[in-house]
Design a protein around this ligand. Sequence first.
Ligand code: 0X9
Ligand code: ZN
Length: 304
Amino acid sequence: AVTFNRYMTYDEIEAYVVKLPQQHPTKVKVEMAGKSVEGRTIHLITVTDDVANKDILRKPSIFIDGGMHAREWVSPSTALGIVDNLLKTPDMTRNIEWRIIPVVNPDGYVMSWDKDRLWRKNKAKGRSIRCSGVDLNRNFGYEWGGTGSSSSQCSVVYRGPNAFSEPETQAVRDAVLREADRTKAYITFHSYGQMILHPWGYTSKATPANNMELKRVGNAMATAIQKQQRKRYDVGSAAEVLYAAAGGSDDWAAGVAKIPLSYTIELRDTGSGGFLLPTSQITPTITDAWVAMNTLAKEVMKVA
Ligand code: 0X9
Ligand code: ZN
């Protein structure tokens, strides 16, 4: 069973995910988006009313991923919390198809449980164990190789030998591209900092064509969280609000897949718990994200 009063192990998450279609046969489909470096399955969950008919109905779609960075444990929990909430809220699945990869980086997640709590990257083989892993959020193919990414294997922001060198980023790329034409929003959950970040992340010297819309919808999500949760999330381009870093999934979703609304949401908190966010904060963090997804869904329905 799913639980949000503690962090779930990878095995618990996987067991929950693969049972979902049996429990909700009309609403949930689970597919393999790919396999990680160490051979774990990267699951893609589709949630919508009448999931069997989704190809005929061609609903607008929202794509969400979590667990790209291993140590950011609240991210996979939040992605699964969104699934759990969607299954209890028919209004949210009637006109939108949600596609969710809860754990992009299963090998890293397991590593952060078993060996190194602060592991960030995937488990790509390197010169040594200490220098293994690629930062998946520097490996996407838009402005790959630029500022804020490293060519050194030992760096925590190692970009990999080339764009999409890793099976985990390939899985996200292929899943997004498969339905890109009707995907209106791409959301990637990270932690921590309480920020709603939009492209560009690679530079602060340029802005996307729909910069105003990105800011407007970002602000709408943050305002809703502030009102309902009394928590502040800062809104702005990743390069301006945080730092410039090239090869992120948000920039690729906007720049290459042409998904109009692309955001990195840095979840709770602002630093006291940080990556070691207390378990008591999991449920309220899921609610922050759920409030944001409700706001996003309304915006998507406006344009669809
Ligand atoms: O640096 C990152 O990958 C993200 N922050 S984190 O602390 N979770 O590692 C921010 C990514 C923002 N987007 C881009 N720079 N494209
Ligand atoms: Zn992250």
